[in-house]
Write a protein that binds this ligand. Sequence first.
Ligand SMILES: [Cu+2]
Length: 337
Amino acid sequence: MRKQIILSGFCALLAVSPALAQEHNNHHSNHGEHTYGPIGVMGEHPHSKGEWMTSYSYNTMQMKGNRNDNSRVNVSQVLNDFMVSPTKMTMQMHMFGLMYGVSDRLTLMGMLPYNSISMDHVNRMGVAFTTKSEGIGDAKLTGLYTLYQQGHRRFMLNAGLSFPTGSIDERDDTPAGSNQKLPYPMQLGSGTYDILPGVTYVDGIGKWSWGSQLNAVVRLGENDNNYTLGNQYGLTAWGARKINRYASASLRLDGKTWGNIDGSDSQLNPAMAPTARTDLRSGERVDMLVGVNLVAPDGKFKGNRLAIEAGTPVYQKLDGPQLETDYRLTIGWQLTF
Ligand SMILES: [Cu+2]
């Protein structure tokens, strides 16, 4: 029921856009002045030929409590089936990016994340413990190609590759022993080369702008530990309004679905914790996010953009028990030159 409301919200947002665009007449595309999507959306803006952009963003996601399907599951229920139950997970990602306009139609984008993951647990003896992993994640190289452009309206093709630079051999001490292999969600990368296809649509009129992106993560082959993470498919749509010359505010829906793990890491015991089970990984989620964008169109800070976006799930269904997402936050800085 709730899912239907959200999906019809998506459709409504997409349906109003061509109608609004019809009124589009007195608009000029301003060279060097971009209409950005929310900071949490990747590859939503192109660069003109010869233009560079460097960026840094801090991303965090907080997950607390377990969920199976649509309902909460308490720790004692998880401990009926497993020796250990996760209770909380905090993911932090520092993302460094570089963009370059090869031509007015083609923009290249490179990204390198630095991940820091912490998970709290409790076991059947009532002992609470925390495991941590930290390091470089999977580096990504993406191309953004404009298929069609008229005024602010643009259809773009995203095509990228994710490289297995993140570790899949992270270990830490647990009550079961020292230097234990950490389960799947604590690893820093996928271990596989992943294809990142997508299509992006952006448009705008007057103080308003909006857009939508369909994206996917398709895993190729099997990693060195004999497993493949599930593919991921996402659809997001947003609307934004300028508040003044420097600031704009956005509202976004972000829907995602991801699969279970194929194969398994033989160093993990699936009876230990649900996080070590390859068949308890999939799920789907729709987040609602609000964002603020600050840009300097001219003056001393010209080319700088500072943005924040935060949100919480409005729908989540997990093949659990899995930790549920409570909120996510992105703070980013970009410099175009
Ligand atoms: Cu850029």
